[in-house]
Design a protein around this ligand. Structure first.
Ligand code: ARG
Length: 606
């Protein structure tokens, strides 16, 4: 369904064309949400620029446009304000029509989209996400790429694209030589029987090995030898390497499962056989040249600090390949074999240069045509509460598992407190008592809310900025948090139970009665969903979605507020009751859909 904002834009364009001819048709209507809702819902700001260009008073231009506007089916008569803003306010009847259209559409399709559009041009998308370096357990630094990558994948899929979620794990680095060498020292018998390899604590094993590596040059040399053996295909070393990778991936997938994230492991080693080909191709194309013994690609616009050309090295002077070579091979694979035309790299902002070089090389080599979109979705760091890099007290990295556990414990406490205080954020629905839950149910609720809190907190920050991990804020029942939204959702389910109604049985064609201020405001929030979805999927910005869901929940709270809102469960006449229950239902469905796209499951009770 075309978002209302775009319907208005189109109407303004038509008015511009009728008043200003061809020149008018190309003018951007500059449609925005109204700055102040007292003036309306949307405003077009095009009259100011146009007035300037025509040498006319912008207010006159605005009045001119208004006289040519045909929006009577949607809005009250538009008004001109300030220096020449054109204000639009929707008629309740138009909101009602629209929402009923959405109900009918979803009912017919048997799927909730709530008016969210599908793309007219489905493409194949490669989302490069999570991608930890193996041999260690996942730590906090891997959360963002995983959670953001998952959300973006869900958005693109919901638009109708085919999405590959690719876990480009670092499974081929020098760290494996170190682990193999350390195993040789500590458990030499395993070198004979690599199948028996079992490591209770991979993380501790890694830390011990690293400590020896750092202080013992002889061991460092053994490690390098093991790397050569690995890359040379030595069967025992390979077997041990495989066992380490499998063990490490097992840890990762425990976390993915907990986060409800699915992805495909395709480690760096997968591209091994293609690396020589990449270098050869680029050499043949004349793009890669030898420089100081290494093979390099020089790209326009890349310079060192002192103005020297900055090469992208693709083969080191010892003949070895590197991170860039692997990424070029991966790019080729995704282009040629997956057929991807949209590439989204969900990678921290610290790798900006690497990805810029990768994209530039891919373009210059003509592997990616103009029709291919290459996107680095760069995100900032997660910091500790003190604003410093997030570390344990001893200065070590924090395991992702521990961080999730902490959030779940905190969520459980918040929910418990809430219950013992006997009030929900909305005390008119004191329906669920802790005694009605089994302990398994409470575990499930705490886990769901805790994980949701972590994800939501991550996604509600704008991507590029750093944020402070703050368990108290993210688990709070007030404010822009997952627990608040999950509560709003369960509250509505509670209203349904209290009203003794299954929302699905409300007839699809009942008219919506939109009279009370809070009803109209809620209807407007609901009508905005198609616009929000289009923007957040189009710009790959999860926080557009979180901001909206929060706003929607607040509109709902006001609507259901005892003092300022309306009666619902016992509203009279029946047509009004059904209309309000329909608004409840639409709110719940929008929340469920929106949260689902963020990768968050709703609960029926909590
Ligand atoms: N393994 C890398 C790291 O931990 C991230 C990989 C990102 N993806 C890529 N295609 N380079 O830093």
């Amino acid at each position: 369904m075309t978002p209302l904002i775009e319907v208005l834009e189109e109407r303004v364009r038509r008015a511009l064309a009728s008043r200003f001819g061809e020149a008018g048709a190309n003018i951007d209507p500059v449609m925005r949400r109204a700055q102040d809702e007292r003036f309306g819902d949307y405003q077009s700001n095009c009259a100011m620029g146009l007035g300037k260009r025509l040498g006319r008073n912008p207010r006159d231009v605005a009045e001119d446009i208004i006289s040519a506007l045909d929006v009577a089916d949607l809005c009250e008569p538009p008004t001109c304000a300030g220096p020449g803003f054109i204000n639009f306010r929707f008629k309740p009847s138009a909101l009602s029509d629209r929402l009923l259209g959405i109900v009918a559409e979803d009912h017919a399709a048997g799927e909730d989209r709530l008016g969210a559009d599908r793309t007219a041009h489905p493409e194949i998308v490669a989302v490069d996400m999570s991608s930890p370096n193996l041999a260690k357990e996942m730590h906090v630094g891997h959360l963002r790429s995983t959670v953001i990558g998952d959300c973006v994948s869900r958005l693109l899929e919901f638009q109708g694209h085919t999405v590959y979620r690719i876990n480009h794990v670092g499974d081929w680095g020098t760290q494996f030589g170190m682990l193999v060498a350390y195993l040789g020292r500590t458990k030499p018998e395993l070198l004979q029987n690599p199948d028996d390899l079992e490591i209770a604590d991979l993380e501790a094993f890694y830390v011990e090995a690293k400590a020896v590596f750092d202080r013992d040059p002889e061991f460092a040399a053994e490690s390098r030898k093991a790397v050569v053996a690995l890359q040379g295909g030595d069967p025992i070393t390979r077997k041990i390497w495989k066992a380490f990778c499998a063990e490490s991936l097992r840890h990762c997938h425990q976390i993915y499962q907990r986060l409800d994230v699915t992805l495909e492991d395709r480690g760096e080693s997968f591209y091994n056989d293609r690396l020589a080909g990449v270098v050869r191709t680029l050499r043949d194309q004349g793009l890669a040249v030898e420089s100081d013994g290494a093979v390099c690609v020089f790209l326009d616009g890349f310079q060192t600090r002192d103005g020297q050309p900055l090469p992208m090295i693709i083969q080191k002077s010892d003949g070895g390949y590197n991170y860039s070579t692997t990424d070029l091979a991966a790019m080729q694979h995704r282009l040629d074999e997956l057929g991807a035309t949209i590439f989204v790299y969900v990678v921290g902002v610290t790798q900006k240069l690497h990805l810029e070089q990768l994209f530039a090389a891919t373009r210059k080599a003509n592997w990616a045509t103009d029709a291919v979109r290459l996107i680095h979705l760069a995100f900032g760091s997660m910091l500790g509460k003190d604003g410093r890099p997030f570390k344990t007290r001893q200065g070590g990295t924090i395991k992702l598992k521990d961080l999730l556990d902490e959030a779940v414990i905190r969520a459980r406490k918040v929910i418990d407190d809430q219950r013992t205080r006997g009030s929900t954020p909305d005390s008119s629905v004191p329906e669920t008592k802790s005694s009605t839950f089994t302990s398994a149910q409470i575990d499930h609720i705490a886990e769901t809310v805790g994980i949701a809190a972590v994800k939501y907190f991550d996604l509600c920050h704008s991507l590029g900025s750093d944020y402070k991990f703050d368990v108290d804020s993210m688990c709070s029942l007030d404010g822009n948090t997952a627990p608040y939204l999950l509560y709003a959702y369960t509250r509505i389910q509670g209203i349904g139970r209290k009203a003794g109604i299954d929302f699905n049985t409300i007839p699809t064609d009942i008219r919506l009665v939109l009279e009370h201020d809070t009803e109209i405001r809620l209807a407007k929030s609901l009508c905005r969903w198609p616009e929000v979805f289009r923007q957040s999927a189009g710009e790959l910005r999860p926080n557009v979605l979180t901001d909206y869901l929060y706003e929607l929940s607040k509109s709902f709270s006001l609507f259901y507020d005892r003092a300022r809102g309306v009666r619902v469960v016992d509203a009279r006449p029946e047509s009004t009751r059904l209309s309000r229950l329909r608004l409840c239902d639409l709110t719940a469905r929008t929340l469920r859909l929106g949260l689902g796209l963020l990768g968050i499951q709703t609960l029926e009770r909590m």
